[in-house]
Design a protein around this ligand. Structure first.
Ligand code: PAP
Length: 360
């Protein structure tokens, strides 16, 4: 038998370690290769245990599809993710050129990641073989294991995805000149998308039966869904975008659907990568919009087969990020009573904030 090289051994150790971790992403695996001293490793492990202890004392509830959620600073976080959120508070050091792609789950994260990647690289064709979720690390998932990644090895400008509410973002992110693009989606459509997503990945022993939709609506209204409540999540980013438009670009899923090209130009300007006259003439904007469209991405093999690692012990199919990508799909699923209940909360919570939805 040929003895394997130290690098080979290390790679195998890392891959089996990463197998056990969540949200592994082959494109960013080099972040885990930076050598660390024994003391550093022990310190990371000790801190991880401390985070877990802190988390175990937080209020616990079951959310949609019985997912364990912990209440932290006013939001219900998936329990398995909170170690990552706490680790980020200590270890995330953004650079001014970093871009954070922030969303409440199921608001169009996949689309936003694809667009930001295509705008940043000017190479939308790369998406033909790369799942949009693999274009930027899901930052709190990335930091949720006992071994911390080294983000310094990533080329600049870096892009990170996050679902963390604005007020819970590390202070280093809020204080840094780095920029945030927030994509917001009307809550009823967000709920319907969330419901189908969690139903599609449910773990039989924990959730043998699909959760009835009325129960899911009740939980969602109480904020008991990943990173809920949705209203406060959206409001915080909305308010920040109003007071610091250079810091937070606030986009709406519905507006993006209505006029994707205008919004892609807005994104590019905000990212400091406006399209040149030549690029405009060559149809670059239209090309990015076309390649990142639901119709195009959902039909690509890379987005149809396999799984994207594991979350909360549930395998997430690559295809589960593409359902139908419609505005107003809630009409096919929610009763009038459910819709009215959600709308009433939306009206009350967003009252006089200036944030409105076109499809309510
Ligand atoms: P995440 O927050 O878990 O990362 P996210 O991408 O927000 O997931 O959720 C998927 C939703 O975005 C799906 O919505 P639906 O359930 O209402 O259909 C998915 O269809 C939609 N989506 C994915 N890609 C696109 C795209 N290119 N254009 C528009 N919508 C998209």
């Amino acid at each position: 038998m040929v003895p394997s090289s130290p690098r080979g051994q290390e790679e195998r150790r890392m891959s089996s370690q990463k197998d056990k971790e969540m949200f592994s992403n082959p494109y960013f695996i080099e972040c885990y290769y930076t050598p660390k001293t024994k003391e550093q490793k022990e310190e990371e492990l000790r801190a991880h245990q401390e985070y877990k202890e802190e988390i175990s004392s937080l209020p616990l509830q079951r959310g949609l599809q019985h997912l364990p959620l912990r209440l932290y600073k006013g939001f219900w976080f998936p329990e398995a993710i909170l170690t990552g959120v706490l680790a980020l508070h200590h270890h995330l050091h953004p650079t001014p050129s970093d871009i954070f792609l922030a969303t409440f789950p199921k608001s169009g994260t996949t689309w936003l990641k694809a667009l930001a990647f295509a705008i940043g690289t000017r190479n939308p064709d790369a998406l033909l073989s790369r799942h949009p979720q693999d274009c930027s690390p899901y930052i709190e998932g990335f930091f949720s294991g006992p071994q911390l990644p080294d983000l310094d090895v990533l080329p600049s400008p870096r892009q990170f995805g996050t679902h963390i509410p604005y007020s819970v973002l590390p202070k280093s992110v809020r204080d840094s000149p780095c920029r945030i693009i927030y994509l917001c989606r009307e809550p009823k459509d967000t709920l319907v998308s969330t419901y189908h997503f969690v139903e599609g990945m449910h773990r039989p022993e924990a959730a043998p039966q699909p959760m009835p939709l009325p129960e899911a609506v009740e939980l969602f209204c109480k904020g008991l869904s990943m990173y809920g409540p949705v209203w406060e999540h959206q409001l915080e980013y909305w308010q920040e975008s109003q007071s610091r438009p250079d810091k937070v670009l606030f986009l709406k899923y519905e507006d993006m659907k209505a006029d994707p090209e205008a919004n892609v130009r807005r994104m590019a300007e905000f990212m400091g990568r406006p399209f040149s006259a030549e690029e405009e003439m060559n149809g670059m904007v239209g090309e990015i919009v076309r390649l990142c469209s639901f119709e195009k991405l959902s039909r690509l093999e890379v987005n149809k087969v396999g799984v994207r690692g594991k979350a909360f012990d549930w395998a997430i199919k690559s295809s589960s990020f593409f359902r139908n990508g419609k505005v107003g799909d809630w009409r096919e699923h929610l009763t009038e009573e459910m819709a009215e209940k959600l709308d009433a909360i939306t009206r009350a919570r967003l009252y006089q904030s200036g944030l409105t939805y076109s499809n309510s």
